[in-house]
Design a protein around this ligand. Structure first.
Ligand SMILES: Cc1cc2nc3c(=O)[nH]c(=O)nc-3n(C[C@H](O)[C@H](O)[C@H](O)COP(=O)(O)OP(=O)(O)OC[C@H]3O[C@@H](n4cnc5c(N)ncnc54)[C@H](O)[C@@H]3O)c2cc1C
Length: 340
């Protein structure tokens, strides 16, 4: 069991800045995210797109914003638990008990939900009984490319992930790229590289085909793919990778007894507490009159929620408002070396 002051659910920009606001007032946070990387929508949906409305930063990308937020919270040494979805949140005396999909348990006086639009989950193959192959021969992401070395791999999808992994894995595996259309949706450059590899015999491409059925007991032995005109082809294969994009699901958050309003969590604007004492919601997931789904609003919400967490984590201490410019204790927590 991991005991901490605050568990932050969601490592998007708002969850990250909340770690900063908790850190400067002396609270320790553990951050949990379902994704395999930090940054939420900024990294998953628009890493290269420019953002023009972060205060005092005229222009940055989703990726550079995430990098800078991570740099800013470095002094607080928050632990990140990625690839883990928070499944349950329940009361345990004066604390909240938070359980993840990997059965990790956390105990904290406060929980900050910065879950955005819910957890991102891969769109999956729609074939009955396919779940039993998941994570042994069917995958929706690549955690370690060496797992696929010297194997027969069928990759489905027409976007950047499918193309990038087909190109990358073709260096170490026997790859067939299958897409339901003749044209790929991914970057032009990647699709022309894939076509060149096909010509060189380093990659096979099957279009316009879709998966039709799967053969195998514990692991996949072969798959059958089908064209619109009904033509089928059987392909012996060891692994299947599906890259059909992500769907956003509110997921287990809906089962924690919180009030919900159109897939968002209503909060009060004094401290962003939900209908449960000690559970706060900030960023895109919270709602209140006038809410703007902008990163800058989420930063403000995190600042106020953090102060409310202080009262629950340290009930015997009085919270004192301070500026980072002049507060010695804040600067010490930030690791500032020299003060005048
Ligand atoms: C294309 C695009 C462009 C945008 N441009 C701008 C812009 O210019 N300016 C601006 O201010 N905003 C912009 N936005 C909106 C901005 O990205 C969001 O307001 C912001 O990402 C919200 O941050 P967040 O931290 O609240 O949530 P998110 O970024 O959505 O992060 C939430 C995280 O919580 C995780 N999560 C959810 N549920 C669970 C669970 N149960 N367990 C574990 N993890 C969970 C998710 O996996 C996700 O990583 C844009 C959005 C898009 C899509």
């Amino acid at each position: 069991m991991i005991k901490t002051d605050v568990v932050v659910i969601g490592a998007g920009p708002v969850g990250l800045f909340a770690v900063h606001q908790l850190g400067i007032i002396g609270l320790k946070a553990e951050v949990i995210d379902n994704l395999d990387k930090i940054g939420g929508q900024c990294i998953e949906l628009y890493p290269d797109k420019p953002i023009y409305d972060i205060p005092a930063i005229p222009e940055c990308t989703g990726e550079s914003l995430t990098k800078n937020l991570l740099e800013q919270i470095k002094p607080f040494k928050a632990n990140f638990h990625l690839n883990e979805r928070v499944q349950a949140v329940s009361k345990e005396k004066n604390n909240w008990k938070i359980t993840t999909s990997k059965k990790k348990v956390f105990l904290s006086s406060s929980v900050i939900i910065a879950g955005g639009v819910g957890s991102f989950e891969p769109r999956k193959f729609l074939i009955t009984g396919i779940e039993k192959f998941e994570n042994n021969s069917i995958f929706y992401s690549v955690k370690d490319k060496n797992y696929f070395k010297n194997k027969k791999v069928c990759i489905f999808g027409g976007g950047d992930s499918a193309l990038d992994w087909a190109i990358e894995l073709s260096k170490i595996s026997e790859v067939i790229l299958v897409h339901r259309r003749n044209e790929f949706r991914g970057a032009e450059h990647s699709s022309s590289v894939a076509r060149i590899l096909e010509k060189e015999g380093k990659l096979k491409i099957k279009t316009p085909f879709q998966i039709n059925s799967i053969e195998g007991e514990n692991k996949i032995r072969a798959i059958t793919i089908k064209r619109e005109d009904g033509k089928t082809e059987k392909i012996p294969t060891d692994c299947v990778l599906g890259f059909f994009g992500l769907i956003m699901k509110l997921g287990p958050i809906a089962e924690w007894g919180l009030n919900l309003e159109k897939k968002t969590i209503p909060v009060n604007t004094e401290n962003f507490q939900t209908n449960k004492k000690g559970i706060f919601a900030i960023g895109d997931i919270c709602s209140y009159p006038g809410k703007l789904k902008l990163i800058l609003s989420g930063f403000h919400e995190g600042a106020l929620a953090a102060r409310a967490c202080f009262k629950l984590a340290k009930p015997e201490e009085t919270y004192r408002f301070e500026y980072t410019t002049t507060s010695k204790s804040m600067q010490k927590r930030l690791g500032v070396k020299k003060n005048d």
